[in-house]
Design a protein around this ligand. Sequence first.
Ligand code: TEU
Ligand code: CA
Length: 559
Amino acid sequence: MKTNWWKESVVYQIYPRSFKDSNGDGIGDLQGIISKLDYIENLGVDVVWLSPVYKSPNDDNGYDISDYRDIMDEFGTMADWEQLLREVHGRRMKLIMDLVVNHTSDEHQWFIESRSSKNNAYRDYYMWHPGKDGQPPNNWESVFSGSVWQFDENTGEYYLHLYSTKQPDLNWENEDVRKEIYDMMNFWLEKGIDGFRMDTITTLSKVPDFPDAPIVKEGPYQPATQYYINGPRLQSYLDEMKQEVISKYDILTVGETPGATPDEAIHYTNEETGFMSMLFQWEHIEADPGTGGKWEEDTWNMPEFRSAMTKWQNELEGKGWNTLYLSNHDQPRQVSRFGDDRGYWKESAKMLGTCLHMMKGTPFVYQGEELGMTNVAFGSIDDYRCVETRNMYRAAIAAGKDHESLMKAIHHKSRDNGRTPMQWDDSVNGGFTTGNPWIGVNPAYPQINAEQQLNDPDSIYHYYKKLISLRREYPIILWGIYELILNDHKHIYAYTRRMEEQTLLVINNFSGEAQRFVWDGISAYFNRQRLIGNYSPSGELSENMELRPYEAAVYLLHP
Ligand code: TEU
Ligand code: CA
């Protein structure tokens, strides 16, 4: 397998709106990020991924872009962005940008033109359709509730939007659209960025005749992903994008690919014929892929998670490259979701980091994960900012669901769990802003904040720093072959990584109870070096030993 810089990297994701406010308007911004680059560098990461910073009316916090070649007013100016790029590079880190090209904002000039009349030159930049007997063209449901079709009075037709009504889908069938996008990508690459995270990249091509989706649940609109994920022309669009843009640069590209299978991943990330360096797999994060969707009771459990991770580790071995992530701006906080954010907060946050960072692939750390930031439970729906959450609540109340159970689901799953401001210190608003934050700060900030953890050698922050530095020291963490052991244990997730005569042993207790680790594979090794663990060692590594609640430990074994 080829070595590439992005295989040896750790990526840190910034959600700029919630990272650091520099001017007291309550909104994170580019100067705020610049002021915290030392913090990021100190963690030891190699790459910074910025969620969108382009001009946007912020219906979906920047994922609705009104000008691809300019910076959002609240975040600063192009000069601030150029300074950010210089300062990131000056610290020998790289910068990747979000590429959001499935849709634009309805306030993008192209859409303003497009909706103005049926014969406008930009009409065909978007997907317009006449209705069916006064109803939308079909029954597809938007990811953000309601129909994917929005009626436009002016021309009497509907436009397609997979996400919010303010995010009309671009018509990739149109060659001019594709050319505009490639030019825009080249524009940013020429400025010197190091790659793209490709938002919802597998939904660019829709089945052309827009058939009704089968009815699988109550209500007028039905899930229809089979008609727009990996659509008929996706492959040719990505081929073209590679030829026109990507193949000209040595960059990191990571696709956001909901529902992708390992086979698709191998195809997309093939080093000769593929289109991207790596992609975000979904199976380990998707609690319940049934028709109930994300707001239903969470059925995530460790053995399911373990088999999903193992499947991706095994199937991509030697053929593709994995991303490693448990959190991002669309997901709840990992320690609340997969660990225990109360009694074993610190232990479980470190355990989750251990389990993930010792696998094969490129780890992604989402801002605040390195502090063990937790979910938030706002009291009122009005405290929520996320368009998906608000739309879902409105639609569900209209359909007769009760407030209490909806709030419970929102507390578990809302994307705003991951979007509360970074907790920098224990001053007002966690040091995020001196003004009024755009979204409430998590009330946990006096206990969980960066300043406290920087001063505490036993903190989650320092543990993550160590995990990241181990990758530099031990090539086996980068290249060793993954193998699951203790396949059937209900609570222990243990695996090895093998390279030449060495074995890395990674042991994680996913429960709040003591568990017995029994594995005779150890006997083959004379040297048993402990690399990291979230408790002080209770004794030597042995064939039969007790793990404490949420205990994690990593050993390097050799003859
Ligand atoms: O997300 C697309 C996506 O498929 C999901 O992550 C989806 O947003 C999520 O499951 C809803 O809970 C990307 C971005 O990451 C997300 O923030 C944007 O809202 C979305 O695209 C539209 O641009
Ligand atoms: Ca600001």
